[in-house]
Write a protein that binds this ligand. Structure first.
Ligand code: ZN
Length: 134
């Protein structure tokens, strides 16, 4: 995809997530002590406080938990995308992440719609996006 996009700024904790995206693999963290699925990337488990968090692949499927349609760009590098969907996706594993829904008219997007992850490659980084699942 050739559009512009704000670039992520990976930290030591989030770098494995972004490296997964570059491989077109959506990663979550899984707590080795209480088995909680964790997103966003953290250094300690929000359920039990353990520091034993491993990055594991997500199945990449979920549902639209909530959304809004941005009709004015929220960042200058998104100006060519309006209108676009700002989505909170609830993954099948449980965690929610903020992303976007592509390939569906923003006015046809609906809460609860089944989604599957896809990836957009940009110069130097890759971001996860979601499409309506078939
Ligand atoms: Zn835990």
């Amino acid at each position: 995809m050739s559009g512009t996009r704000p670039a992520p700024h990976p930290t030591a904790v989030s770098a494995p997530f972004w490296a997964g995206c570059a491989r077109h693999e959506l990663l979550l963290q899984r707590c080795a002590d209480c088995t909680a699925a964790v997103f966003y990337p953290r250094s300690t488990c929000p359920s039990c406080g353990s520091a034993r968090l491993d990055h594991v692949p997500s199945g990449g499927r979920g549902t639209l938990y909530s959304y809004t349609v941005a009709r004015r760009a929220t960042h200058r590098r998104l100006a060519d995308r309006v209108p676009y969907v700002i989505a909170i996706v609830e993954l099948a594993e449980g965690p929610r992440l903020t992303s976007t829904v592509v390939g569906t008219d923003p006015d046809a997007v609906r809460i609860g719609m089944p989604l599957v992850v896809d990836f957009e490659d940009h110069e130097g980084f890759t971001v996860p996006v979601f499409r309506e699942a078939p």
